[in-house]
Design a protein around this ligand. Sequence first.
Ligand code: AMP
Length: 363
Amino acid sequence: MTPNLPLPPNATIGILGGGQLGRMLALAAARLGFDACILTPHEAAPASRVAASSLVAPYDDPVALAELVERCAVITFEFENVPAPVVERLVAAGSCVAPGPLALAVAQDRIAEKSFFISAGVACVPFAQIDRAEDIPAALARLGAPALLKTRREGYDGKGQVWVTHADEAQTAFTSIGGVPAILEGKADFVREVSVIAARSWTGEIAAYPLAENHHENGILRKSVVPAQVSAQTEGQALAISERLLARLDYVGVMGVEMFELSDGRLLVNEIAPRVHNTGHWTLDACEVDQFEQHIRAIAGWPLGPTRPLASAEMINLLGEEALDWQRLAADPGARLWLYGKDGAAPGRKMGHVNRLTGPYPG
Ligand code: AMP
C-alpha cells in the first residue's frame, strides 16, 4: 500500500529493530520533524533511547503489531532478519511497509538472493544448494576448492561461514555451521570489495552515492574508504547493477549492494542488504544528505537528497573495547565520533564508528 505522500512532519514512522541503524534512522526522522516508533524485543535498545516512542515486545507480538499499525504512517526495518510473516501481517493489516516483503524475502535466503541476481542478469559467484553434508563433495568438485559454506539464513559479520578445501571435510564443515540448510559458494578472487548505497523513491527515482571500498577483518567490516580506487567504467557498472536490482524489486528506501571487483574489472554481486548499511556511515559527515535521512526521505515520499560527497572520507568501525578510547577520539579534531549507546563491549561488537574527511572530493 502506498501512503498519502508526501508524509507531513509529525507523522510517525515505525522502525522494526532497535540497534544502531534504527538509532541513526530515528535521529534522521527527528531531524525532518517525524516521530520514530521502535519495535524491539530489548529494553533500552540503542534506537529506543533516541526515539519518540518504543514498543518493547517480540516482533510477532500481535498487540504490539496492532499498536504499530495504529500509530505509524509508514513502517520500515533496520535489519533483514525480521520474520517475514511479521511484515506480511503488517501489510495485510493495511500498513505501508517500505522496503516491501519481496526485498526482505530475497535478502533473507542466500539461495533466493543468488537466484534473484541471475534472473536479473547480474553476475555473482557460482554456487550450489547444500541440504546435507553429502551434497558437499559433488558441489565442491563443480565449484573448485576452496569454496565457502554459508548458512542460507541469518548469517552476518562472517558468522555461519566456513571454508571447505577437501571433500573429506564435508561433515565437519556442515556440522560447524549448525547442520542447517546452506549454500556452497565458489571463491571470488577479488582485488577489492566495494559497495553501493542507493535509494529508490515511491515513484521509481534512484539516487546512489559513489562506490565505497571496504576492508574486512575476520568477516567484520573494519573500514570503508570513499572514493574507491576503481575506474570510472567500474563505478558506472556498479551503479547500473544497483539500479537494476532496485528497480526489479520495486524497492523503496535505501539499499546496500555489496560487490567483489575482480582483477579484470568485472563485478560480482555478493549480497544485498534491504536497509541502511554499515558501509554507508561515511555519508553522515561527508554528504549533505546522509543515508539515514535519504532512507527517511524515500519512504516518506520526500524528494531524494543530493548524493555527491562534499569531501573524500574514511569510516572506521569501533569494535568491542575500541570504543573505550572515546576520550582520545573526542579530543581529535579530525575524528567525527559516533557512539551507539550500547552497554557490554563484547569482542567484535559494533559499538560506534569514526568518520574522517580526508581531502577534497575529486572531479
Ligand atoms: P558475507 O557474509 O557474504 O558478506 O561475507 C563476509 C565476507 O566474507 C565478505 O565481505 C568477503 O570478504 C568474504 N566472502 C564472502 N563470500 C565470499 C566468496 N564467495 N569468495 C570469497 N570471499 C567471500
